[in-house]
Ligand binder design. Structure first.
Ligand code: SAM
Length: 289
């Protein structure tokens, strides 16, 4: 029996903690210009994409992440036409963004083209044709450079990055958030994956401090993805209009119904509830303030 042993908490961070998956079949492995990619099959989670030994997404639980990364900001905004995705090479966020009839353009900026190519070929269910949608524009670039140099503006910026290790580290920097702010139209919203508070509390505190220096309203909302091991995953939220975080359940419900989208994790009730944080997470901000 062969096992995949994740290195996120047992490698350099040495937290002495590891999750592992039985591998029933190695589907593909490649060393790209930037990182090691692996796709393998598992009994419990279907196909898994790992980058540098760290789980990125799995066939069975990806919906809990991609739906909450996308529908919370787009339904809160209510009229998103242009969306910027930084990272997200597996295509799951792009798929969910393009389900919104209001979206006219979705730009995906991925540093490693191999992630897109491998995901399209070996995990096609993730993008589900999104890369072929005429509204999708794929840019192979460092997201940090793109937001600095691009003159484009967007209603929503979604930072679907790896953890702050290697190329992903730049996507948690103050400079990056400042430049993302420049890319946002009035009423715009930025969301970013900010780690698992139980095991990566520093990641969340850093996101809070850095986003807080740049945006008027910063918060976090929660989702749960079993293979982002350690309990809740915190998604960072930043905008310059606090009202965007307090849309009534009636308006959320109406807007959601108008999209006609059917989801397995997102609902207007979950949208509202996701912002209610347990004290052990909320207190991370008190320490960071
Ligand atoms: N959902 C996953 C998570 O929460 O860990 C992330 C999935 S997605 C595969 C992460 C992507 O970020 C990878 O494809 C990686 O190549 C990309 N990435 C890392 N650093 C980047 C950068 N500086 N600019 C653009 N993309 C980057």
């Amino acid at each position: 029996m062969t096992w995949f042993e994740e290195t996120l908490y047992s490698g350099s961070s040495n937290q002495g903690f590891q999750q592992r998956f039985e591998i029933t079949r190695i589907v593909h492995e490649v060393r790209s210009q930037h990182q090691n990619l692996a796709v393998f099959e598992t009994p419990s989670f279907g196909r898994v994409l790992a980058i540098n030994g760290i789980v990125q997404t799995t066939e069975k639980d990806e919906f809990a992440y991609h739906e909450m990364m996308v529908h919370v900001p787009l339904i809160a905004n209510g009229r998103a036409q242009r969306v910027l995705i930084i990272g997200g090479g597996d295509g799951g966020v792009l798929r969910e963004v393009l389900r919104h009839p209001s979206v006219e353009a979705a730009h995906l900026v991925e540093i490693d083209r191999s992630v897109i190519d491998v995901s399209r070929q070996f995990l096609p269910m993730l993008s589900d044709g999104a890369f072929d949608d005429s509204r999708a524009e794929v840019v192979t670039a460092d997201g940090c450079e793109y937001v600095k140099d691009s003159g484009e503006t967007f209603d929503i910026v979604i930072v679907d990055s790896t953890d702050p290790i290697g190329p992903g580290e730049a996507l948690f920097s103050q400079e990056f958030y400042e430049n993302c702010h420049q890319r946002l139209r009035p009423g715009g919203i930025l969301v970013a994956q900010c780690g698992v508070p139980f095991l990566q509390p520093g990641e969340l505190s850093n996101c809070y401090q850095r986003l807080g220096r740049e945006f008027d309203d910063v918060a976090f909302y929660l989702t749960v993805i079993p293979t982002y091991v350690g309990g809740f995953l915190a998604l960072g939220w930043a905008s310059d209009d606090p009202a965007l975080r307090h849309i009534s359940i009636e308006d959320l419900t109406r807007r959601w119904a108008e999209t006609g989208i059917k989801a397995r994790y997102y609902s207007p009730a979950m949208h509202r509830a996701a912002f209610d944080l347990p004290p052990f997470i909320a207190e991370l901000f008190d320490n960071a303030s």
